[in-house]
Ligand binder design. Sequence first.
Ligand code: ADP
Ligand code: MG
Length: 236
Amino acid sequence: EGRSIVFASGKGGTGKTTTVANIGVALAQFGKEVILIDADITMANLSLILGMEDIPVTLHDVLAGEAELKDAIYEGPAGVKVIPGGLSLEKVKKARPERLRELIREIGQMGDFILIDAPAGLELTSVTALLIGKELIIVTNPEIAAITDSLKTKLVAEKLGTLPLGAILNRVTSEKTELSKEEIEALLEVPVMGIVPEDPEVKRASAYGVPLVIKNPTSPAAIAYKQIAAKLAGIR
Ligand code: ADP
Ligand code: MG
């Protein structure tokens, strides 16, 4: 059975979608079977970053019994499989939780890594995303407000039985006003698994609809994402 890891944050815009896309593609480049679930319907931009256009069927249609799982699985770059979540609030309310668990088990049989791009905050859709993953990676910026919000997310995840693996610090500039890795580890009580620098190539790649690790694999953020993926894949 594959590892299911949800990427979440308290605050919006910390870089969850960018992180899921790039770590997912890097894991696939390392030969892993990867499934990405876009659970952030409010701004479903995972498929955009991956350059995918036509996504008529989502996980929600499967949950509602209106489509089969295989129809909600799309081929992304480097062979990653993408499942648009479509977890809108109304739809999550209607979905039968036992059906969701069943589906997650089924998806878990399909790959080595199931990475879930969660919505920010602690609304029902975010909590549902936390429930889908067995493990949690917090994606945060090195600022106090982002960290305190991430701490709340971590505590809720733990209550739900989702294991916090660590945090990824994104958009790091190493200015004096930023919290250090050590300060963040002390506040969040999880290890920092990777530090991704602020990198203008991130926005360029997303404008092209090509993940950074493919578009510009030697850019600083791409290197950081590949290092994190290598750690997750057990490659040193
Ligand atoms: P989230 O999914 O957490 O809302 P996104 O991945 O959509 O965050 O990123 C938010 C914005 O920040 C996007 O415009 C993205 O291009 C930009 N961004 C993310 N990571 C970086 C980075 N390391 N360097 C520069 N810009 C980044
Ligand atoms: Mg996002």
